[in-house]
Design a protein around this ligand. Structure first.
Ligand SMILES: NC(=O)c1ccc[n+]([C@@H]2O[C@H](COP(=O)([O-])OP(=O)(O)OC[C@H]3O[C@@H](n4cnc5c(N)ncnc54)[C@H](O)[C@@H]3O)[C@@H](O)[C@H]2O)c1
Length: 399
């Protein structure tokens, strides 16, 4: 059993507590920290905690605080991690790990040097649909992954600090792109090096210094391409979609708006909460049955605490958080220069020197296969390339 201390009593702190509390499992939230007494007291009452604090270090140092869960705004992640290092406490940190790769690498190294357990809380790499599709991809069901695309768009975050570029460290790219990038990395292979990024970003609607909308391409050393689409200006709720295209197949996942649960209400009743970032409580609705589960929090904590107990690495580590930050740094640079920008990874622990593998399919000794197709009139065409001459031919057409 692990005794957990949650730092931060806001949106994600409560989601984490719901996920941990809801399992009625052996890992228990015992302590928490919030800046304001009333937030801490309310949280402690809602989740039956024994202790709460308004001093972060006191909460971390407390003997009942064994594993610290950082659910604080981005600019306080490093300070909180350093306090965990100081008190030699295991630490789990929400996304994004840092505001920059430099910050994230410092946190990674500090934990490694102190020998403390550290996990990166990237919930969207633990949703039931994601885990199932990743298993299929790893089993070769879609062949070689060519293009992994992920979208997170919604009408914008729920607290002031997200909109302040200094506290948040960026806009939609950092806040939402971190999920999309790590989803693509998992599909493409986490040991495949991201090499360069091309990104468009703009502030289309909101009166802020950061971007509220962006689209980016991440090129990997084995020729695969990752794509992220993020927005704080999207209307209609929270759109979470992933697509993976391989040489032998395709997977499409819709994690939130169209999950098979659709409801219409005239607005009768008390309205209230429908689902994260839902914009209306009347008309057609797309509620989510069990958000903590569907958003991956349940499987994420199972992996984190299993790994902690066994003394092994979780699926998502601080090092992963740092690689994601490095890709994001390159995206910000590219959005400014309008050029492909290299991903700066002073610390890279994966494969190096990969090249794009050939997936040419041989038709016979003299030909490469391009494609075949049955046409509306029933004819079948086979399109081939002659190995010797490079000529493209249509080999046969018959009824
Ligand atoms: N899917 C996810 O994994 C997910 C979703 C939302 C947020 N997050 C991340 O969680 C972190 C917190 O986001 P949130 O949505 O809970 O924000 P929030 O604003 O709802 O809550 C943040 C909490 O930190 C406290 N806080 C604010 N400024 C502080 C300061 N200077 N010092 C100490 N405490 C302070 C607030 O009072 C609040 O209790 C962010 O890093 C965010 O990116 C992750």
């Amino acid at each position: 059993m692990a005794k957990i201390c949650i730092l931060g009593g806001g949106f994600i702190g409560r989601f984490y507590a719901d996920a941990l509390y809801g399992r009625r499992g052996k890992d228990v939230v015992t302590t928490m920290y919030a800046r304001r007494e009333e937030t801490a007291a309310r949280f402690a009452k809602d989740f039956s905690l024994t202790h709460y604090f308004t001093d972060m270090e006191e909460a971390i140092a407390h003997p009942e605080s064994e594993v610290i869960v950082i659910s604080l705004p981005n600019h306080i992640h490093e300070e909180a991690v350093n306090l965990c290092v100081k008190h030699k406490k295991a630490v789990l940190c929400t996304k994004p790990l840092g505001r920059t790769a430099e910050e994230a690498l410092r946190m990674t190294k500090a934990c490694e040097e102190a020998g403390i357990f550290a996990g990166y809380l990237e919930d969207l790499c633990y949703t039931p649909k994601f885990l199932k599709s990743l298993t299929s991809v790893k089993a070769g069901a879609i062949g070689r992954v060519l293009w992994a695309k992920s979208r997170e768009t919604h009408p914008g975050p729920h607290s002031d600090w997200f909109w302040d570029i200094n506290m948040a460290g960026g806009g939609a790219i950092l806040d939402l792109g971190c999920h999309c990038i790590e989803i693509s990395r998992n599909f493409i292979g986490k040991d495949v090096k991201p090499v360069e990024v091309m990104c468009w970003a703009d502030t289309q609607v909101k009166p802020i210094d950061a971007e509220d909308h962006a689209i980016g391409l991440v090129k990997y050393e084995n020729g695969a391409i990752g794509q992220f689409e993020v927005s704080w200006t999207f209307r209609g709720g929270m759109d979470l979609r992933d697509e993976v295209m391989g040489s032998e197949g395709t997977i499409w996942i819709n994690s939130f708006l169209r999950t098979g649960f659709e409801m219409f209400t005239s607005g009768a009743g008390d309205g209230g909460y429908v689902a994260e970032k839902a914009e209306s409580s009347s008309g057609w609705q797309f509620p989510v049955g069990d958000e903590t589960h569907e958003l991956g929090y349940t499987h994420m904590f199972i992996d984190m605490f299993d790994a902690y107990e066994k003394g092994i690495q979780p699926k998502e580590t601080f090092y992963d958080g740092y690689v994601v930050n490095a890709i994001i740094d390159a995206a910000y640079k590219s959005a400014k220069t309008k050029l492909w920008e290299p991903v700066q990874l002073p610390e890279w622990r994966g494969q190096t020197g990969l090249t794009k593998p050939s997936v040419y399919q041989e038709y016979d000794a003299g030909h490469w296969f391009i494609k075949d197709e049955i046409l509306p009139n029933g004819d079948k065409k086979v399109i081939l390339k002659e190995k010797d001459t490079g000529k493209i031919i249509e080999l046969e057409t018959w009824k």
